[in-house]
Design a protein around this ligand. Structure first.
Ligand code: TXA
Ligand code: MG
Length: 324
């Protein structure tokens, strides 16, 4: 299967494929998504199969205008309205009660009575959504528990042999801007809760609504989100976090100024300037790169736990849960 450059004609082709039950990998501002018509049960089932994703882990519904959310959600609490008015399109996913007269496949919702919704901020994604003019379900376009894809090549490496070369396609829209997934906030309880830190920082969220985020709940037995198990976002290599310098047999994944005398080691840097946004954008692709070099162990410099650094640390922490 070819990878198709995301020009006007190919986005049209992609919309037709989706309308015919196909699966299309497409760029969003966060990571690449693997999209299918949200109402098409068989296509949605195939997405789970292609990813090797357990069917109890629900998917995010992607839309292009707020009106669509008003009919998919039973109600959207005022706090959520405040946030989506400010940050949609953008890296924000809201969980609300599901309106049972809407037509999002129950498979996509893992049979829950809640639903996850977002408007992505990427012109290709928005064009595709507008052409299809119906909600598209889209998990990240990677093998389940692997690193999320930030380029069409990453999608190809994970899923090329699993997609149907007649029905499906990969749309190439270059590397994604943010590089980490959306922030997921649950609005179904009394107080909004952040289930997954992501591209929209908790600081910015808290300027509008008080949302709690409890990292102590990140463990395998009590996942905040049905699919948010501790082991996730895993490279093949073993990660050693908060490292000061690499030791024999480790590659170095730096942040900010590199330690001296690491020249003998395989070493790359998430952001030499110590810029958290740049680090977020590089994280998954650099981990994939080190995997490609068949590095067995990676020492990772401590990342400041603020702004998007909170999401970076969340992914690193889960990635390091490899062997547990
Ligand atoms: O940035 C993103 O969000 C990307 C792009 C493609 O939009 N998508 C993405 O999807 O990361 P996925 O499927 O890899 O992650 C969706 C997360 C999962 O942790 C899932 O458990 C959670 O959202 N989720 C979905 N529906 C939910 C629900 N009803 N209740 C709680 N968590 C839910
Ligand atoms: Mg994912």
């Amino acid at each position: 299967m070819k990878i198709f450059r995301a020009n006007k004609d190919n986005i049209k082709l992609a919309a037709n494929l989706i309308n015919n039950g196909g699966i299309v990998a497409f760029p969003t501002e966060t990571v690449y998504g693997l999209g299918a018509l949200a109402s098409n049960k068989n296509a949605v089932k195939r997405i789970y199969r292609v990813k090797g994703r357990p069917e109890n882990n629900p998917l995010i519904v992607h839309i292009y205008k707020i009106e669509q959310a008003l009919s998919i959600a039973k109600i959207i609490p005022s706090d959520a309205i405040k946030l989506i008015k400010k940050y949609w399109p953008g890296p924000l996913t809201i969980i609300t009660a599901y309106n049972s007269s809407s037509n999002i496949s129950s498979v996509a919702r893992a049979n829950l009575n809640t639903v996850a919704i977002r408007i992505p901020n990427n012109p290709i994604a928005l064009k595709l959504l507008r052409l299809v003019d119906a909600p598209i379900i889209a998990p990240s376009a990677n093998i389940s528990q692997h690193l999320s894809p930030t380029s069409a090549d990453h999608v190809k490496n994970d899923l090329f042999n699993k997609l149907d070369h007649k029905k499906d396609m990969i749309l190439d829209g270059g590397t994604t801007k943010i590089g980490l997934e959306s922030t997921v906030i649950d609005f179904t309880k009394k107080n909004p809760t952040i289930l997954r830190p992501g591209g929209l920082s908790i600081k910015l969220i808290n300027e509008f609504v008080k949302a709690s985020f409890d990292t102590t709940k990140i463990n395998n037995h009590n996942p905040l989100s049905p699919g948010l198990f501790k082991k996730h976002y895993s490279p093949k290599a073993i990660l050693r976090l908060d490292a000061d310098y690499p030791i024999e047999g480790e590659a170095w994944l730096g942040f900010g100024k590199n330690p001296r005398s690491i020249n003998n080691f395989i070493n790359i840097n998430l952001s030499k300037e110590g810029n958290l946004e740049e680090a977020a954008k590089n994280l998954f692709s650099m981990l994939r790169y080190l995997d490609k070099l068949q590095v067995r162990k990676i020492a990772v410099k401590k990342i400041p736990n603020k702004d998007i650094g909170i999401a970076i640390n969340d992914r690193l922490y889960r990635g390091a849960a490899n062997s547990s």
